[in-house]
Design a protein around this ligand. Sequence first.
Ligand SMILES: Cc1cc2nc3c(=O)[nH]c(=O)nc-3n(C[C@H](O)[C@H](O)[C@H](O)COP(=O)(O)OP(=O)(O)OC[C@H]3O[C@@H](n4cnc5c(N)ncnc54)[C@H](O)[C@@H]3O)c2cc1C
Length: 409
Amino acid sequence: MNDFPNTKHPTAWSEPFNQISRRNITVIGGGIIGLSTAYAAAVRGQGKIKVSLYEADQVGHMGAASTDMNRVFRYLNGPDPTLTIWAKEASSLWEYISRLSGQSLFHRTGVLLLVHKQGDPAHRGHHIWPYDDIGVWVDESVRNLEAEDVPFQRLNRQDITKRFPQFRDNDIEEAILDHEAGYLEAQTALHVLLDLCIKVGVNYYPYSPVQGLSSDANGCLIQLKGGEEIRSDAIVVTLNGWTGDLLPLPTNTLNLAEQPIIYLSPPNDASGLSEGELPVFISLDTDCYGFPVNNGVLKVGDDNPYRPIAHPNQRREPDKTYIERVITTVAQLVPSLENSQIARTHVCFYDRSKDERFILDAWDNDARIVYGCGMSGRAFKFGPIIGERLARFAVTGERPSDLESFRIR
Ligand SMILES: Cc1cc2nc3c(=O)[nH]c(=O)nc-3n(C[C@H](O)[C@H](O)[C@H](O)COP(=O)(O)OP(=O)(O)OC[C@H]3O[C@@H](n4cnc5c(N)ncnc54)[C@H](O)[C@@H]3O)c2cc1C
C-alpha cells in the first residue's frame, strides 16, 4: 500500500479527547459523515462516551448521497488551503481504516484534471466555483499542493498524448495529474465504518427516523416515530439534504439538485480503460468526469447541477437527452467510450451551500446541537475529518479552530 503521506499515526483518531464535557452523544444520519462522527466520538472517548447513531433507513441504502460504487479522492481542491490540508489528513485516515478492516478502500489511480483551449463558458462553474477563470483556479490550487508537498505534475498536450493516449480530444490544452489521488470504494467504506463503529461500542439504530429535536442548557431530546423520547448531552445532525426536516434553516441556505450518474458497459474492443491504465478524469471545462472500469462498468457523470429539487424525495429518473449529452461529452475526451451501452443509471443529489463551502456549525449557543450540511458534492473524501471535527465540537462544546470559516452563511 502506498504510504503517502505518513499513514502510521493518524492522530485525529488515535488520541483520547483532551476534554470530555458531554458523555452521551446522539448522532442523527448514517451516511459517511454520521458514521465518521459516531466512530470518532466513540474511539476518542475511549469507553467514557455513550454514542448512539439513528438512521431513518439503514446504512448503505441507495437514497443516501454516500452510497455509490466509488467517490473521487483528490488533493487538488481549489484555492482554499484548508481542503488540501484536510485531504492529506483524510488520506491517512482512509489508509488507517483500510488497514484496520483489511479492505483496500483507497485506489490511488491518480486524478487527471483536464483544461481545454476553448472551454464552454456556459458550462464552467461547479468544479471551479466561484472562479470564472480556470487558469487562476488551477494556479491557486497548485500552489496549495506545493505548500503541502503533495506530488503533482502539469502535463502539456504532448505529455498527455504520450502518457494517456486514451484522451484524444485535440482541444485539451493541459492537465494536472494529482498523482496520489484516486477513488474510494464508497459503499464498502460505509459498511466497514459501521462495523468499526459497532466494534467500539456505538449503539446503532436503523429504521429509526428522528422526528424532532430540542436542547437547553442541561441537555438534549430527540423524538422518534411513535413518540419515544431519548435524552442525551449533545446531538450531531448529519442529514445532508434532509437537514431542513429537523432544523429550520434560513431560506436558500441549501440548494438541492439532482445529480444523475451513468454506469457504462464499454465496447468489447475498447482498451486502456481499466485501473492502472486510466486515471479518474475530470474536465474542468465541461465538469464531466469518469472513473476507470470497475466490476465491468465505467461510471461517468456531470458535476453541474441538473434539476433543482426542494427535498431528496423529489428525485426522478433523468431525461434520455441528458444522459446522451453526458455520454457524448465524455466520449469526446475518451473516444473509445463512444459505443458504450448504458448498464444502469442512478439519481443522487447535491446539497449545495450558497458558496459551495461546507456548513459545519452549532445550532444553539451552547453547542449542544452541532450539525454538518452543504456538502456540495465534495464531502465523501473528507468524511473522516469532518466527522472527527463534529464529534470533538459536540463532546467538548468548543468549536475546533479550523471550523471557524465553516459557520452558516
Ligand atoms: C453524484 C454524486 C457524486 C459525488 N461525488 C463525490 C466525489 O467524487 N468525491 C467526494 O468527496 N464527494 C462526492 N460526492 C459528495 C458526497 O457523496 C456527499 O457529500 C456525502 O456522501 C454526504 O454524506 P452525508 O453523510 O452528509 O449524507 P448522506 O449519505 O445522504 O446521509 C444522510 C443520512 O441521513 C438519513 N436521514 C435522513 N433523515 C433522517 C432522519 N429524520 N432521521 C435519521 N436519519 C435520517 C438518510 O437516510 C441518510 O442515510 C458526490 C455526491 C453525489 C450525489
